[in-house]
Design a protein around this ligand. Structure first.
Ligand SMILES: *Cc1c(COP(=O)(O)O)cnc(C)c1O
Length: 352
């Protein structure tokens, strides 16, 4: 017997590399290439540090109210946390306590199986079809909960709201979590379904479309009942998840809708242009509705392209996993960054 027998054993999630070297083109973690709203910068620069003597508002009212207003909901329908990873982990802990397996796609955000293992939640992965689409019938069986990223990561494929509504409607006895980390880049949000289904939880983040991955803000929207359950677990775990600076910065971001609309549109325009260029260079990919493209080359192995890019200080993401080892996930950077990567790919592929 040793203390090690009493340790919770779990294989952790592996995030994309964060190179110390700033002088790289970093397209491996779906960060936004543009800075947060100037209103966020102003709030942080003008922040009165005396406020830090006090504990922050454990209800995070200012940010909850701003988000509720933006999405046309009541404050009782919004829950905020330290990035959507925090909100999702809290949701797994809160809603997936049954004995039946929870369901999610075989190719999706690779944190879901890690949380399931951490909390000892049984799960069954449902295979996407050959075009990386979810098959709704896979979710019409007994389960202890469902989690679907829409648009999905790392594929970039979006499901229609009507398809997800069928899944939510067919599972009134399960909580269905829709992870909308990328929805602002062209997906169809399930937020309009919240009033109709009390078992639907929609999760969004400030990390991608709001350029605030470093601030750690995520949130969930759902029925008053679901949000109440999340708050009970949160206040049984850590009352003060969000710092005062993050709360103030988050509010400033939500209040600058024009900047948000402009920068997300810019990322989308760059993505569409990048799609045309990648196709010209012999890549194939599902139609991405995200700030990344999941591309395979018709003839050159992904690992080779990944190594060549990395050797030239261009970071993308590659997984040596079944079904996706041929693909590279390329985040959308600035036009200038994409031009450098595309120029490199063109000469690399031609010179091979
Ligand atoms: C990036 C991402 C998240 C987590 O984002 P946070 O930075 O923790 O808000 C959650 N789900 C998916 C699918 C993501 O890609």
């Amino acid at each position: 017997m040793s203390w090690e027998d009493n340790v919770r054993k779990v294989v952790p999630y592996v995030a994309g590399e964060q190179p110390k070297d700033q002088d790289v083109i970093k397209l491996n973690t779906n960060e936004n290439p543009y800075p947060p709203s100037p209103k966020v910068a102003a709030v942080i620069q003008g922040f009165d540090c005396d406020i830090l003597r006090r504990y922050p508002d454990s209800d995070v009212s200012a940010l909850v109210d701003a988000l509720a207003e933006r999405h046309g909901l009541d404050r009782e329908q919004v829950f905020v946390g330290v990035g959507s990873d925090d909100v999702l982990a809290m949701s797994f802990l809160t809603f997936f306590q049954g004995k039946k397996p929870i369901l999610f796609p075989d190719i999706t955000y690779s944190f879901y199986d890690v949380w399931a293992d951490l909390y000892r939640i049984p799960y069954e992965q449902q295979p996407l079809d050959e075009t990386f689409r979810i098959k709704k019938e896979d979710y019409f069986r007994e389960n202890g909960g469902i989690v679907i990223a829409n648009p999905n990561a790392p594929t970039g494929v979006a499901s229609k709201r009507s398809v997800l509504e069928e899944i939510v409607g067919a599972n009134p006895d399960s909580v269905v979590v829709i992870d909308e980390a990328y929805v602002d880049f062209g997906g169809e949000s399930c937020v309009p379904l919240i009033e109709k289904y009390d078992n639907l939880l929609v999760v969004q983040t400030f990390s991608k479309s709001r350029s605030m991955a470093g601030m750690r803000i995520g949130y969930a929207m759902g029925s008053r009942k679901l949000i109440g359950c999340l708050n009970d677990v949160k206040f049984a775990f850590n009352s003060y998840t969000m710092g005062a600076v993050a709360i103030a910065a988050g509010v400033a971001s939500v209040e600058d809708e024009a900047y948000f609309a402009e920068t997300t549109a810019r990322v989308v325009a760059t993505r569409e242009r990048t799609k045309r260029e990648l196709a010209r260079l012999g890549f194939v990919f599902p139609d991405a509705k995200t700030n990344f493209i999941f591309a395979a080359h018709r003839s050159v192995p992904a690992q080779e392209i990944f190594d060549a890019l990395r050797g030239n200080r261009m970071y993308v993401r590659h997984w040596n996993k079944p079904r996706i080892a041929d693909h590279l996930r390329i985040s959308i950077g600035t036009d200038e960054e994409m031009d450098k990567v595309l120029d490199f790919l063109e000469s690399y592929l031609n010179g091979r």
